[in-house]
Design a binder for this molecule. Structure first.
Ligand code: SPV
Ligand code: MG
Length: 296
């Protein structure tokens, strides 16, 4: 669809429009990973600006590796569940876009129609493997991925929906020059933002990238391994969106594991009562109608 044929939907009440406006604003935007409605609500309650429907978290919630095993239908259902119970925008991690240009176009149409504010696709080869796996990573050629970006952008119906192009150049062992070349090609193909991923323990790669970035779309960082750099420093360096991709899930796994271990050891439930959420807390998260208060 041509740019002029798209609906002018800059109405501030759409989540896509709000995400766009936030990314144009002065402050850093923070998104946090989630995998279902409940975890998305916790992200919103903690006052973050957006939800990252993480492929890693959604795969883990199925007890599966983040390796293109979960289908688009499953990812979409998870993102829709998050979107349905929150007011902040959902950014859907769509891995490699579920195939070639036609698959990306289909994903864009489907996610946009479902109310998701943005999708993110990455330039790894399908089937992808999580970026932190101790393995070599192959990327599709730059031109091939640019075609996927172009196809996705042409498929969207409204002007505000966003497609974030993610380069895994550093993950695949490439240098800053190569990462920048890819990012420029993706911007030229219509990407609304560039996510540059890195598994370095230090932020050097992403900071070098940002210092040399002369494109016009916002930059996105995912400080998972280079976790000692704060969001203010990333923003100062040129990143408008910072994604804490999996911290809620990792907090939950540790908390649940420790509580269940102690429950098993004690053989009685009150051994952990003081460190689990009261039933009323869960009722509130469920938006249980008030006549049905938790008792006790
Ligand atoms: C995710 O959260 O699924 C991501 C980020 O894509 S990472 O796990 O670092 O690949
Ligand atoms: Mg992912």
């Amino acid at each position: 669809m041509s740019e002029t044929a798209k609906t002018a939907n800059s109405a501030p009440w759409t989540k896509a429009a709000r995400l766009r406006a936030m990314l144009r604003g002065a402050g850093v935007v923070r998104a946090v990973g989630a995998h279902d409605g409940l975890t998305a609500k916790l992200v919103e309650q903690a006052s973050f600006e957006a939800i990252w429907a993480s492929s890693f978290e959604i795969s883990a919630a199925y007890g599966l590796p983040d390796a293109s095993l979960v289908s688009m239908t499953q990812y979409l259902a998870a993102a829709v569940a998050m979107d349905a119970v929150t007011q902040i925008p959902v950014i859907a991690d769509c891995d490699t876009g579920f195939g070639g240009p036609l698959n990306v176009a289909h994903a864009v149409r489907t996610y946009e129609r479902a109310g998701i504010a943005a999708v993110c696709i990455e330039d790894k080869l399908f089937p992808k493997m999580n970026s932190f796996a101790d393995t070599s990573q192959d990327l599709v050629p730059t031109e091939e991925f640019a075609l996927k970006v172009k196809s996705g952008k042409e498929a969207q119906a409204t002007a505000d929906f966003m497609l974030i192009a993610r380069t895994e150049a550093f993950i695949a062992g490439m240098d800053t020059e190569q990462a920048l070349d890819r990012a420029h090609a993706y911007e030229a193909a219509g990407a609304d933002a560039i996510l540059v991923h890195s598994k370095s323990r230090r932020p050097d790669q992403v900071l070098d990238f940002a210092a040399r970035w002369d494109g016009h779309v916002p930059l996105v960082a995912v400080p998972t391994t280079y976790d000692s750099v704060g969001e203010d420093a990333l923003h100062e360096a040129g990143f408008q969106l910072v994604i804490y991709a999996n911290h809620g899930l990792r907090a939950a796994v540790r908390g649940v594991r420790e509580a269940l271990r102690d429950l098993r050891t004690a053989g009685r439930a009150d051994a952990i009562s003081d460190r689990i959420a009261p039933m009323a807390d869960i009722f509130a998260l469920q938006d249980m109608p008030s006549p049905f208060r938790a008792n006790p």
